[in-house]
Design a protein around this ligand. Structure first.
Ligand code: DLL
Length: 468
């Protein structure tokens, strides 16, 4: 270990800047950082205490929604339920759901439960189609959000000595500013770079001594490509990658850890209920702890809306906010499919763990009657050596038949291999996909760098059946 660097008091530990940096400069080292908690009292609260707190908060949020937001009162009335009917946590299942369309219909401020003079921040999610959903925050909501982001980042290994490069877009998207406030709360130094200008991102890493990168996993993968090409790699001191905002597989984690030389963790959230900070991995990398003192999670069958009987089997995540003041959200249908992990985590956090999001229910492709999720394709591809972590899925209709084609980038050596070897490799991928998906997918091997790169959330699927 080097002797340079000043001693900085981190949370609960003494951290020597020089030490962390030397360790990070060794690319491909993805050592697990130590486990730290930002708010041990809340994060390790015994489950019985947590349940009592949740019930108290649930009752309050339901009465606020009823009293302050006409939209909720009407919906509850129509469902024949009143705030006083909420006597146990299980009673949440009697409340009506809220969907993205419901929130869209409240554009811009009808879902707000506080007067505008109490709102200090507004974000919006554009979605791919239609009206934006607008979300507001009071000063207290901002304090809660910053606290939850500090928990998330501390759980991922960030300490006060870190230099954190945020390569999420800033603006209405919650990723950039959400993480920004978290870094400041932790007391690390934030580089508010925003997304894009990839070559410059790498230069900044070198010049400013970035130790932590925060962005989407697909943009991180793109940055890994730039990093591979850059001279003076030894100047890069990255050690942690906090990735979220879109679904990614374990295979992608391996590729990112290797490509960037970081220890990579996942974090999840959605603007409708706050932004990032809803759940996050700890250094165990085994599921994302939900901040259950602020969000009440449920799993429902995405087709029927009925609560699932076995949370380990999975379903669609539904969230009720427990402390949001500006916009309380009751039973929000996230459309995100996941399951809850059984048992306790060795990190000591008691917040229930959700698995990685396996898919969004509305991302499901129906190919000749078979349900296919893009994540299944990513999982199958990244298990094959020689396949680069860049691909695109194209769905079309030929006559009356759906056609699924996967454009797969391969390493240079495979791309320039003789035709027979290439053909054998292509068939190997097709066989693997057929086993995984139960439907035939045609594979086209494409040159490295030829599928679209993303600076935010990746658009992996082109569905030509939808065009007129
Ligand atoms: O993506 C909030 C966020 C920003 C989370 C940065 C984490 C990091 P929205 O733009 O409203 O908010 O999109 C929310 O993105 O319903 C999921 O489908 C997806 N999503 C977000 N994080 C993850 C993740 C932000 N870690 C929608 N894994 C959600 C899988 C994710 N999907």
């Amino acid at each position: 270990m080097g002797s340079r660097g000043v001693r900085v008091a981190g949370f609960g530990v003494e951290w020597t800047a020089g030490e962390g940096l030397e360790w990070a400069s060794d690319m491909n080292v993805t050592t697990q950082p130590p486990n730290h908690l930002w708010n041990p009292q809340c994060e390790t609260m015994p489950r019985s205490e947590l349940a009592a707190l949740q019930l108290k908060r649930l009752k309050k949020v339901v009465s606020t929604a009823w009293n302050k937001v006409p939209y909720y009162r009407e919906k509850m009335r129509a469902a024949g339920i009143r705030p006083r009917d909420i006597q146990t946590l299980a009673d949440v299942a009697h409340l009506p759901f809220t969907t993205k369309d419901d929130l869209r219909a409240c554009f811009p401020y009808q879902a707000f439960a506080v007067p505008m003079e109490n709102v200090v921040r507004i974000h919006a999610s554009s979605g791919t189609t239609g009206q934006a959903t607008v979300v507001g925050y009071t000063r207290r909501d901002m304090a809660t959000w910053s606290e939850l982001m500090a928990r998330l980042q501390t759980a991922a290994g960030v300490t006060r000595g870190d230099i954190v490069q945020i390569a999420f877009g800033y603006g209405f998207f919650t990723g950039g500013l959400g993480h920004h406030y978290g870094v400041e709360t932790v007391g690390a130094a934030v580089l508010p770079v925003s997304s894009g200008k990839s070559e410059r991102q790498i230069q900044i890493m070198k010049d400013y001594g970035t130790t932590v990168l925060i962005c989407t996993p697909s943009y991180a993968m793109h940055l890994a490509e730039w990093m591979a090409k850059t001279p003076e790699k030894e100047r890069i001191r990255l050690r942690l990658g906090l990735f979220g905002g879109e679904a990614w597989t374990e295979g992608m984690r391996q590729a990112l850890q290797k490509g960037l030389g970081v220890f990579a963790t996942d974090n999840y959230g959605l603007s409708e209920v706050m932004g990032p900070g809803v759940s996050h991995e700890c250094v165990e990398q085994k599921g994302m702890h939900i901040a259950e003192d602020h969000f009440l999670p449920e799993l429902v069958d995405s087709a029927t809306g009925q609560p699932v009987t076995d949370p380990a089997a999975g379903g669609e995540l539904v969230i009720t906010t427990l402390t949001k003041e500006a916009i309380p959200v009751v039973r929000y249908r996230t459309r995100d499919l996941c399951h809850f992990l059984p048992g306790e985590c060795v990190c000591g956090r008691t917040g229930r763990r959700m698995s990685k999001v396996s898919a969004r229910s509305d991302d499901m492709l129906i190919i000749r009657g078979v349900n296919v999720y893009p994540q299944q394709i990513e999982q199958a591809l990244l298990a094959i050596e020689g396949v680069a972590p860049h691909y695109q899925i194209v769905v079309s209709r030929e006559g009356t038949l759906d056609e699924l084609e996967v454009l797969v980038e391969v390493t240079e050596s495979i791309f320039f291999d003789e035709m027979t070897k290439q053909q054998a490799f292509k068939e190997k991928i097709e066989r693997r996909l057929a086993t995984e998906l139960a439907v035939h997918a045609r594979v086209r091997l494409v040159e490295p760098g030829s599928t679209p790169r993303s600076e935010g959330k990746a658009m992996r699927v082109v569905d030509r059946r939808k065009s007129p």
